[in-house]
Design a protein around this ligand. Structure first.
Ligand code: SF4
Ligand code: SF4
Length: 594
């Protein structure tokens, strides 16, 4: 079919917006490429697909270059065939292709950028293309959903304010109990604190132990600190989607809260893109006045160690660890040495990964890739070089100062069966802490971080006492395992082997919680999940997805119905399962009481 020569409305809008984005940095990269190919081997996509020229950084950047040449550069007007301007996007079908290139074949890692002798910043051009597309509504579904949550709810995982505050209270109570010290708490909205601590919503939703560990470190250091009731999300999906407006709004929410409470310094928990956005980019996007200091919690922990505010015993972390540099924290923000200094103080066997620092390879989960399941197969193929890097270290633990990298690396480790564990510095520092005599290190904080709570052992104190749990899984041995775990923690357990049975039992027994597998014959868990959410007699029942399904995030990000209250990947740690289930029910109870 002949290509439609008439420009569509969306293409005209993109061209118009492009003319507002032509800064010196952008134009320098648009005109600077000589197509020498020296950056090619820097890119993990090129290494994984060496015969595909569409994976090269210059090909990806050329997509926006053609639009620029056609509309703004004399070469494109006089010699359109020579500079490729005649192939610039014309219709909505072209835009779908551009979407797959810019979101699906580049993680904006900037490794090619630092390997370009001409100083071309391909990642900036790729982000620019993403922004132009997002502005006309062309973006992957995951990006749309996450952006919407950040615009409307105020954080990128759609965590409601009451759930966030409940989780902080839960962690605060545990800290107090662990330390047997009623002044060990997590302060919220304290005026004039020295440090304001902002976090990644992933910590609230899937990894609350990192909040408790950070609180323990602040407490051990005797810090005057606070968290926020609002404006607490340091992440910024605007960096990934290319939406500068969203980027500015996210930054401003945090900056305004710091100013309102009069905090001296903003400390940003371990997150590469969150640090880059909050500390650097959003200041420009928002234009907001920022009259306070900002630092990564990596620097904060190092400072406490160097100033002697916290004491550590590195022998408590004796397994071999290696360090993965987050592209945003390291390559884009220059935080290379501080995490290594911390690691050398809190561990006994640190092994460097090669290449590292500026030349480290992306975890492949960068640029919002974890929210775009449709591109996961290509992403995981491109991760071969990362898997090889990890394996060569011989380490059992890979440490990274980025929540995005935690998920990206966990996927790579699982896909390539590397048998490694991912941790963050906050885990290792908290595990190595030596508290003064009257402040014993709590047992819970010395064991593996996956174990977020310890189940009491008898009678009514059992964490799931009096609860009814429906276990849905087609595999008998898995059902048996989950049933035993829940029964040992005091619950009454019902079972279902597929989606139809799950609906029937859920309607009849009205369980307090459903543990739901996704891959099942007949009606699978994905369909059952939607049906349970739509049925008025079951829609209020909390659901915890327990699965080894490779695309389970689709369920989480597909918001035709409200998302599940939690998910756990198989194989499941039993203590973690019980603690997680008990927490979900506690949050539900508080909601019902209020
Ligand atoms: S981006 Fe730089 S290194 Fe890559 S092809 Fe263009 S000029 Fe060469
Ligand atoms: S930014 Fe990273 S993923 Fe994108 S083209 Fe460059 S090296 Fe490849």
């Amino acid at each position: 079919m002949a290509k439609n020569k008439e420009k569509t409305h969306k293409v005209k809008m993109m061209e118009k917006q492009l003319s507002t984005k032509l800064s010196r940095q952008v134009v320098g990269s648009l005109v600077g490429c000589v197509h020498c190919g020296m950056c090619n081997d820097s890119c993990h996509y090129v290494l994984a697909f060496p015969d595909d020229p569409k994976m090269t950084p210059s090909y990806k950047a050329d997509q926006v270059r053609k639009l620029f040449k056609k509309n703004h550069d004399w070469t494109g007007k006089v010699f359109p065939w020579w500079v490729g301007a005649h192939k610039a996007a014309l219709n909505d079908e072209d835009l779908e292709t551009l979407k797959d290139i810019s979101f699906g074949t580049c993680t904006n890692c900037r490794r090619c950028t630092i390997n370009c002798p001409m100083g071309v910043d391909t990642a900036t051009l790729n982000r620019l293309m993403r922004g132009l597309l997002s502005n006309v509504g062309v973006m992957p579904e995951g990006v749309r959903v996450v952006s919407k949550d950040q615009w409307e709810i105020g954080n990128q995982m759609g965590v409601l304010k009451e759930d966030y505050l409940d989780t902080i209270e839960w962690m605060s109570e545990e800290l107090e109990e662990d330390l047997e010290h009623n002044e060990a708490e997590i302060p919220i909205d304290k005026q004039n604190a020295k440090v304001a601590y902002v976090i990644n919503p992933r910590e609230v939703k899937y990894d609350p132990r990192t909040i408790k560990k950070a609180a323990l470190i602040f407490w051990a250091a005797g810090e005057n600190w606070t968290m926020f009731s609002e404006g607490w999300d340091q992440t910024n999906f605007g960096l990934f989607s290319g939406d500068d407006q969203l980027g500015g709004v996210c930054g401003k929410r945090v900056y305004e809260k710091v100013a309102e409470l009069g905090a001296e310094k903003l400390v940003i928990s371990e997150c590469g893109h969150g640090y880059r956005s909050t500390r650097h980019e959003a200041v420009n996007w928002s234009g907001a006045p920022v009259e306070f200091e900002m630092e990564s919690s990596v620097n904060t922990m190092l400072r406490y160690l160097k100033e002697g505010k916290i004491k550590v015993d590195p022998t408590k972390n004796s397994e071999r660890v290696t360090y993965h540099d987050s592209c945003n924290l390291a390559r884009s923000c220059g935080v290379y040495e501080e995490p290594r200094e911390v690691l050398k103080l809190v561990t006994t066997d640190f092994e460097e990964m090669y290449p590292n620092r500026t030349e480290n390879f992306c975890c492949t989960g960068g640029g919002g890739a974890m929210s775009m399941e449709e591109y996961a197969p290509k992403r995981l193929t491109s991760a071969k070089v990362k898997a090889d890097q990890l394996k060569a270290t011989g380490a059992k633990i890979v440490v990274t100062s980025c929540h995005n990298c935690v998920d990206g690396l966990a996927d790579v480790i699982k896909h390539y069966d590397l048998g490694m564990e991912v941790k963050q510095l906050v885990d290792l520092v908290a595990d190595a802490l030596i508290l003064p005599e009257d402040k014993p290190v709590p047992e819970e904080l010395r064991i593996e971080p996956e174990e977020v709570a310890v189940a009491p052992t008898a009678g009514e104190d059992l964490p799931m006492a009096g609860r009814k749990v429906l276990v849905v899984d087609d595999e008998e041995d898995v059902r048996e395992f989950l049933k035993t775990v829940f029964e040992d923690s005091g619950a009454t357990v019902f079972e279902a082997r597929d989606g139809d049975e799950a609906l029937e039992v859920a309607r009849r027994e009205k369980p307090d919680l459903i543990s739901l597998d996704l891959s099942m014959p007949g009606k699978d868990g994905v369909e059952a999940f939607s049906d349970l959410r739509r049925d008025s007699s079951t829609q209020e029942i909390p659901i915890c997805v327990v699965t080894g399904h490779p695309e389970f995030r689709k369920v989480i990000y597909d918001r035709a119905v409200p998302p599940p209250e939690g998910y756990l990947e198989k194989p499941v740690d039993e203590d973690k399962l019980v603690a997680y289930a008990a927490h979900i029910l506690e949050v539900r109870d508080r909601k019902q009481d209020s």
